[in-house]
Design a binder for this molecule. Sequence first.
Ligand SMILES: NC(=O)c1ccc[n+]([C@@H]2O[C@H](COP(=O)([O-])OP(=O)(O)OC[C@H]3O[C@@H](n4cnc5c(N)ncnc54)[C@H](O)[C@@H]3O)[C@@H](O)[C@H]2O)c1
Length: 476
Amino acid sequence: MKKFDVVVIGAGPGGYVAAIKAAQLGLKTACVEKYQDKDGKTALGGTCLNVGCIPSKALLDSSWKYHEAETAFKAHGIEAKGLSIDVPAMIARKAQIVKNLTGGIAGLFKANGVTLVEGHGKLLSGKRVEVTCGDSSQVLEAENVIIAAGSAPVEIPPAPVDQEVIVDSSGALEFQSVPKKLGVIGAGVIGLELGSVWARLGAEVTVIEALDKFLPAADEAVAKEAQKVLSKQGLNIRLGARVMGTQVKKKQVTVSFTDANGEQSEVFDKLIVAVGRRPVTADLLAADSGVTLDERGFIFVDDHCRTSVPGVYAIGDVVRGAMLAHKASEEGVMVAERIAGHKAQMNYELIPSVIYTHPEIAWVGKSEQQLKAEGVAVNVGSFPFAASGRAMAAGESAGFVKIIADAETDRVLGVHVIGPSAAELVQQGAIAMEFGSSAEDLGLMVFSHPTLSEALHEAALAVNGGAIHIANRKKR
Ligand SMILES: NC(=O)c1ccc[n+]([C@@H]2O[C@H](COP(=O)([O-])OP(=O)(O)OC[C@H]3O[C@@H](n4cnc5c(N)ncnc54)[C@H](O)[C@@H]3O)[C@@H](O)[C@H]2O)c1
């Protein structure tokens, strides 16, 4: 039996990062992965690299370039005649990026001395991991096991995925032509990102969302602006809509749903089901493994990602918390460090959220509504990109930066951005918050001119009524 200090199950952004970190800390480490690409080769990187974050961003960027050429170049005095879209070329470019990155992880494993074990990993009792690959199987013995098995799309009975007409998030990255009419079930992160890709390429997109409220996790001001901007871009967002059933006929699908207007039905060429993800725990834990699940089917862990079995940890989408690659990676680092005897911790309060629509939507910390509900008195400063010279020059003046600070201490409690490069701007807020910055601290810093970041500076100044380039609502 092969023996390791650490065996990681899963090579997604949680697992591969944990494995690399553990190896760097001098631990003899193996990482088990079963995912195979279309050529039948083991591909590392999990959902994020193969069918999630990276391929979707490749298509978001390609579709944005087309959209800009079609709609925005003219304003810059550039004429683009005879524009056309080659969807298979876009998809092939995306596939190449995925291949480069997944291959890159295999290289990092080699460089760091991580042993890759190909096959399906299952936790047995006594910190042993059974790995099955085709007809053969072997058992690895480990001092520590890190489970990073990830998540899979939730399926709903009224819309069974066939990956032809009704697809999940993976299938939606493989269309070979632009659907004329595209339906999306779920106005969450995936629904909005993938809906945006195909809308920009010319699809007529309808998003069917069960909740009455748009983006309930976002700050209300941001959600309101997002709904306005995305609707203006052509996304037909139907809130409070319940999907009753679907019927596939001749490569089209009729979706019946009920909303405030009663029963409705619409015909689409493709339908994306994006109603959330669930932890992957099937055939992962032997009956006597000792690891328990919580009431929602996630592996039960504490704040240090320890399961109910000493020496067995679980991280990422398979445990509680946001299903985000960066959360999984940081949990992986924390666990590897704790195994190596360090006192690592993770700050779950400061995990940034990003939705890669255009404009991007991003936030870190709490929303104004959350803070109000908690009874925290706050001061709020906002700065619109319409007043930013750099945003105007780029033709990207939709949206704003909103900073929320504790009214008593001035400490920054939330940074919310909808606008150009929101994901990057929010990271500045996250850094400030991690260091316990006040709005005044941010206001005292020198920001380069002209940059989009100045909007963050001005929003921080606005918290205490000191913005320069907009009229301040409050007196000092
Ligand atoms: N940019 C990113 O960080 C990113 C990108 C993609 C996915 N993800 C993560 O992946 C996970 C899955 O994403 P997602 O968009 O599928 O989930 P989500 O939870 O973000 O959104 C799902 C939406 O579907 C709605 N819904 C559920 N059942 C429905 C039904 N029967 N009919 C109509 N609407 C219904 C929900 O109310 C919700 O608004 C999320 O946790 C997300 O954070 C993150």
